[in-house]
Unconditional design. Sequence first.
Length: 352
Amino acid sequence: MTSFASRVLGISLLWGSGAIAVPLIATPALAQTAPLEQQLNMRRHEFERNRERQKAERFLEVADRELAWSRMDGAIAAWQAALDIYSSLGDQAAMHQVMELLTKTLLAENRFAEAETVIQQQLTLAREQANDTVQMNALNNLGVVYLQLGQFERGTTAITAALDIAEALDDPAGLGRSRSNLGLAARLSGDLEAARDQYETALLYRTQTSDQVGLANSYNSLGAVYRELGNDARALVMYQRARETALEETHLPTLLPALDGLIGIYADREDIGMLQTYVAERNVITPKLAPPEQQLGLYIGLGRYYALLEDYPRAQTAYEEALVLAEVIGAASKRTFVLNQLQDLALLNPTE
């Protein structure tokens, strides 16, 4: 009779005679257990990776909730935590996705130094991978950062490099975005005609894509440029199209500037009926806990509306709120506009 242990070791004991039969081939015990240990280590490693991945996904969920409540600091912190985990895992695809979200939010919050750090990290990674599409997007983002910092030459150089890649890829979305950013560069440099031309070209490319948010942004940008060029009729068309597109996408960040543009035009025309329509819409859709950037346009619109109604106390209250918001976010041009409106009100409604 052969015992279980004997069979495992490959040795049969002949109990009756006391003789031992040794097999021709015996496998050392350590050699047998090594693959098992390796499998256990692999499973343990995979389990730890999955646990880290789940932790990163929870951070992404937290970021989404924070963003929904306009708590940008919380969203940024959660995305950064997720990015750190994906970086430790070497998950480059996930890293790129989180970097895009993080960069977009940092830019919206005017946190340009932090945005530049993330973009440079993404650009380095994309170059190592020879990923042209990610390089194109990162260069566009980097160019916008430089423009916002007043470094127009560096910004234009980065965006032009992105445009070159977009042309090589024959990518309408990339072409539209790069042209739009070059329009921004021209506008910030004071060349409104060049800005208009770049934005119009961007519009042509964006109508070929499914990027409706980008399309709405182009309409808004053109509306602003046409206003500065004194062509309010064309600006009105652009803002109306921006509003329609943003409503279809339910995209608040592009809808609010469109409404503010319409409010400005109808206020200048002293069209109280249309002004009331768009001010009321602006009031309804602006979140109660919206960040100052989103609230500012609402209070300027209310100030203009009440001023046209000759309800000067309410107009003054609205403009004073707008002034506080403009100072909080450092909106110099809006602050100057509001101060001028308050001075006009002081002449119309002198203190008794």
